[in-house]
Design a protein around this ligand. Structure first.
Ligand code: NDP
Length: 243
């Protein structure tokens, strides 16, 4: 099945590798104009830009750290200048660390909260004036938000916060015709290495007996961004192979 998003102007944060790269690629293949960012850019951003030249959509890259509010303003300004506005925001950029609670200091806590939760608030806060009827915000949460995982209190708290943020913004922005949803992914196989033992354990947790691919998550993002999902807002959408 092919979804056309031709003419849609899309911001995907953290789009140079992993899930964000797959989402960026999927929007460009669907004919959208996509602007993406990451902190470092580099070869990953250059390679994606080269690849996306062959797609019907167009692609822009800005170096920006979404946990820095001045970078977020620059990112939103770039959407206005280069895309001429915004129809879709995908808050995908995220970071994770594994730290026992007794070692988790304020700096470590804030770093993860700022990237995974506060950035999503800040982007919508600054971009909301650009979002008109039919626009859509998609936050990339995590299945671990509700399950909890040891040594990831900061990460799961941030991702659980995204659910509350999503539901409140859905109520606040619904009357303006703007939809807001959050994805709850299970384990998605990206470039990150997993040991055989960990991979097998995660696979056994799923009903489908395998990990997800970034493309399988990107397809759900395209659906949520499209008019096919026009009556979906405030939803937490599991994409986890049936964990
Ligand atoms: P990756 O680490 O593979 O990629 C993260 C991307 O975000 C990179 O492009 C990275 O680039 C960018 N990024 C990280 N921090 C920032 C920042 N502060 N500002 C701007 N860009 C940033 O992650 P995944 O693809 O695995 O994960 C993507 C999202 O999906 C995250 O929100 C994650 O929490 C969520 N998720 C992932 C799961 C999985 O199994 N992979 C499961 C559940 C949820 P750079 O380092 O150059 O900044």
């Amino acid at each position: 099945m092919h979804i056309s998003l031709s003419g849609k102007r899309v911001l995907v944060t953290g789009g140079t590798r992993g899930i964000g790269a797959a989402i960026t690629r999927a929007f460009a293949q669907a004919g959208a104009s996509v602007l993406t960012c990451s902190r470092t850019g580099g070869e990953a951003a250059d390679a994606l830009a080269r690849e996306l030249k062959a797609t019907p959509g167009d692609h822009h890259f800005v170096t920006a750290d979404v946990s820095r509010t001045e970078d977020v303003q620059r990112l939103v300004d770039a959407c206005q200048e280069r895309l001429g506005g915004l129809d879709v925001v995908v808050n995908n950029a995220g970071r994770i660390t594994h730290v026992p609670i007794e070692d988790l200091g304020m700096d470590g806590w804030r770093e993860i909260l700022d990237t995974n939760l506060t950035a999503a608030y800040d982007i919508v806060h600054r971009a909301v004036a650009l979002l008109g009827p039919g626009a859509s915000v998609i936050n990339v949460g995590s299945g671990s938000a509700l399950a909890g995982i040891h040594h990831r209190a900061h990460y799961t708290a941030a991702k659980a916060g995204l659910i509350g943020l999503t539901r409140s913004l859905a109520k606040e922005l619904g009357p303006r015709g703007v939809r807001v949803n959050v994805l709850s992914p299970g384990v998605i196989q990206t470039e990150a290495e997993l040991s055989e033992e960990v991979r097998t354990r995660y696979q056994k947790m799923t009903a489908l007996g395998r990990l997800g691919t970034p493309e399988e998550l990107a397809h759900v993002v395209l659906f949520l961004a499209s008019d096919l999902a026009s009556y979906m807002t405030g939803a937490t959408v599991s994409v986890d192979g049936g964990i």
